[in-house]
Design a protein around this ligand. Structure first.
Ligand code: ARG
Length: 467
């Protein structure tokens, strides 16, 4: 079978180059987008008189038949099918004859592939969005169901101040909320139609690009063919979006892996999300979370791959751009598999409130003592110093801050009164932080309510019914 572009060539393509050049192995998944684009384009050609009504009908019917073959998995690829665009056009010709040759009038694979990629993404983004919401819902459900659980909060991985476990959980909700907002924002830039730009300079037949955009579900048309044909910013944005989301998931995974160790003992992963060791019978490993952490290199790598491909490209289409596909597909596939797993891990996670309680060391309350002194009129810096001495005294005595007597405290500073032990209480320390965004129960409840408002007040179950 001769190539679409074979007219000016004397010799056959080198066999290795043929393989090197072909994208059909990975761009075949664009078939539905490619065919939708061609159906709309046939309508546009009819409107400008390139196709008769009869030819258009035959072409559209033929394209539907090709689509059905792909959907059924019966489409027979030929070695000559260089890419998805070639394969669809070749098959259309077999089904409807010579008239198929009119479909590509005024169109180039350059504007075609750019359009296909955008259509493909517009179809997959809602799926990713639902999966992301699923993780957020799992977080909020868990946070709401275990609002009373107190855990040490850390900075520098050193015990810092007590917090609600739900406050920790909700911190990831907000990271993912920004990811969700970023996804919605970038979708606006995906929904721009380059079709009609042809190879680089624009369509010669006066096709109605606005009507094409409406038919294909784009928000608007691109302004400059030279910009929009090679524009892969939308792919780069998608890959950055995914890399940052993955970074958030990786951090969540890291915390949970640590909290699930025997040494911490704060949480236990469900068996369904753990695996065993081939040699050590006692092992229950958090492989699910380790892979979540591990996929980060891959997703960041996909972003770097694309940016490196785009860097230094001269104006308009270059074949380098074919390298946009595998990183994008790999990232989308990874997240689609991964996000429901993350939701499942959180959903089934068992919290060990006692384990967390036994990790509540007295020095997590040192700030409470300093704040106590502030309320007695001591400048904070001075209070900080005084409490440092109390910490040293406790260390010297081999006891905790709560075990020091009022007399002990008063040897350090006369500002300490009989009521000093009242502030040495984990629950009290938490409830003191009722500022919006703080860890007090009421403040965390506000976060949970805010999260629900963001979903239009839907609870998890009703959200599933509606979706
Ligand atoms: N397979 C190509 C790609 O993915 C399609 C566009 C080819 N255009 C061309 N002028 N050779 O980028």
């Amino acid at each position: 079978m001769s190539k679409l572009w074979g007219g000016r060539f004397d010799k056959a393509t080198d066999a290795l180059l043929e393989r090197f050049n072909a994208s059909i192995g990975f761009d075949r998944r664009l078939y539905a987008a490619d065919i939708a684009g061609s159906i709309a384009y046939a309508h546009a050609l009819e409107k400008v008189g390139i196709l008769t009504a009869e030819e258009t009908r035959a072409m559209v019917d033929g394209l539907h038949a090709v689509l059905a073959e792909f959907d059924a998995g019966t489409f027979a690829f030929l070695p000559s099918d260089e890419d998805i665009h070639t394969a669809v056009e070749r098959r259309l010709g077999e089904l409807i004859g010579e008239a198929a040759g009119k479909l590509h009038t005024g169109r180039s694979r350059n504007d075609q592939v750019a359009t296909d990629m955008r259509l493909y993404l517009l179809a997959r983004i809602p799926v990713l969005r639902e999966h992301l919401l699923g993780v957020q819902r799992a977080i909020v459900d868990k946070a709401e169901a275990h609002l009373n659980v107190i855990t040490p909060g850390y900075t520098h991985m050193q015990p810092a101040q007590p917090i609600l476990f739900s406050h920790w959980l909700m911190s990831f909700f907000w990271m993912l909320q920004r990811d969700l907002e970023r996804l919605d924002d970038l979708t606006k830039r995906v929904a721009v139609m380059p079709l009609g730009g042809a190879a680089l300079a624009g369509n010669t037949f006066g096709i109605d690009r606005e009507a094409l955009a409406v038919e294909l579900g784009f928000d608007r048309i691109s302004e400059n063919s030279l910009d929009s044909i090679p524009d892969r910013d939308f792919v780069a944005e998608m890959l950055f979006w995914a890399a940052l989301l993955q970074t958030h998931l990786s951090r969540l995974a890291e915390d949970l892996i640590l909290y699930a160790t025997a040494e911490f003992g704060f949480v236990e992963l469900d068996d369904a999300y753990s695996t065993g060791s081939s040699i050590m019978p006692q092992k229950k490993n958090p492989d699910s979370l380790e892979l979540v952490r591990g996929k980060t290199g891959r997703l960041v790598g996909n972003l770097v791959t694309l940016l490196t491909t785009l860097k230094g490209l001269p104006s308009s289409y270059d074949k380098d751009l074919q390298e946009d596909k595998e990183p994008l597909f790999d990232t989308l596939d990874t997240l689609e598999l991964e996000l429901p797993i993350v939701a499942g891990v959180i959903d089934t996670l068992r919290l060990n409130a006692e384990g967390m309680a036994s990790a509540l060391r007295d020095d997590l309350l040192a700030t409470e003592l300093a704040d106590y002194l502030v309320r007695q009129g001591v400048p904070f810096r001075q209070g900080h110093h005084i409490v440092g001495q109390a910490v040293r005294l406790a260390l010297a005595k081999g006891c905790g801050l709560r075990d020091l007597s009022v007399a002990d405290y008063q040897t350090i500073s006369s500002y300490f009164g009989d009521d000093v032990h009242d502030v040495l209480d984990f629950r009290r320390a938490i409830e003191q932080r009722s500022v919006p965004g703080g860890t007090a129960t009421a403040a965390v409840k506000v976060q949970i309510e805010q999260a629900k408002v963001l979903w239009g007040g839907r609870t998890r179950k009703s959200a599933m019914l509606f979706s």
